[in-house]
Design a protein. Structure first.
Length: 310
């Protein structure tokens, strides 16, 4: 077992690697004092590693820290030093990672959300993993194909790979997000997140909050002109298969190409996350980290490959 290190504010992490009394004159079960009732032991605070992809000081993660702490959870921010939106599941792309400790309970990692979670699990929570990793709340949605490339979801995936339950939180619909209303909607997002986590903890009792290897991708809509409205409901969904952001390449004629990203949403799949958010419902999509196809898809693919030889 390696000796635990006490980490300075800035570190450089190499990635390689019985009450006294008088007894009665005659001892007898009849005259022995009744045992005092055992005092109830209060439940320990839920320990949460909080990350995101917008950066450790972004409004969403700060709102999450404030609300989760107020709910009585023991929260530690371990998040990217800079905005890492769209980095997906990328991790360990450099031989060294600078980590800063700018304030109590806050660690800023100069890397991706995945790097941040890996650092937190291996160093700050070494030997005693957190009960839950929460990633977000993100500025804007992570539904459909957006989720596949999301750094917010990528942080949750890194936790699942490490055996820790995880929830990715995002605020917004497929419309272009308005900064003020989206930030306002982060309040209702976190109010719901607390309800969700409390529900999971109550039903899990002393076990893990979620089934092994399963995380939740939660998308909260922006409701009302000011973003402070209440969602119309909660839906268990799947990730809509569409890719609403599509590239448009233009040849500059000098060996370079200009790239514009076009927003081209398709009709929402019934039962998917896009349909739910469009209806002002909170979409909760169970996910895993291994990207295996479902049983039906696996069976069809296996039949296509039957008899194939090298």
């Amino acid at each position: 077992m390696r000796r635990k290190r006490v980490l300075p504010p800035t570190v450089l992490i190499l990635c390689t690697a019985a009450l006294a009394g008088t007894a009665p004159a005659v001892a007898s079960p009849l005259n022995a004092p009744a045992p005092a009732p055992a005092a109830a032991t209060p439940a320990a605070p839920l320990r949460i590693l909080l990350t995101n992809d917008d950066g450790y000081n972004a409004p969403g993660i700060r709102k999450a820290f404030e609300r989760l702490t107020a709910a009585g959870y023991d929260v530690t921010i371990v998040a990217p030093l800079t905005n890492q939106s769209g980095t997906g599941t990328k991790t360990m792309s450099a031989p060294t990672i600078a980590v800063k400790h700018p304030e109590p309970k806050v660690w800023a990692v100069d890397g991706t959300p995945g790097d941040s979670v890996l650092f937190g699990l291996s160093e700050l929570f070494e030997g005693h993993a957190p009960d839950l990793v929460v990633s977000g709340t993100n500025f804007g949605p992570n539904v459909a194909g957006l989720a596949t490339h999301s750094g917010t979801v990528g942080g949750a995936v890194a936790a699942l790979e490490g055996g820790v339950p995880a929830i990715a939180l995002s605020t917004g619909g497929l419309a272009v997000p308005d900064p003020t209303t989206t930030v306002n909607a982060m309040g209702p997002t976190m109010d719901f997140a607390v309800k969700l986590i409390d529900r999971l903890r109550t039903r899990a009792r002393s076990g893990p909050l979620l089934p092994k290897g399963v995380g939740l991708n939660v998308n909260h809509p922006v409701v009302g002109a000011d973003g402070k409205g209440t969602a119309a409901g909660v839906a268990a969904t799947f990730q809509d298969p569409q890719a609403p952001l599509q590239p448009d390449f233009t040849d500059s004629g000098d060996g370079t190409w200009k790239v514009d990203v076009r927003f081209r949403p398709q009709p929402a799949a019934k039962g998917g996350d896009v349909e739910a958010v469009n209806a002002n419902k909170i979409a909760i999509s169970p996910m895993n980290a291994d990207w295996n196809a479902g049983p039906a898809e696996f069976a069809v693919t296996a039949a296509l490959l039957a008899g194939l030889r090298p």
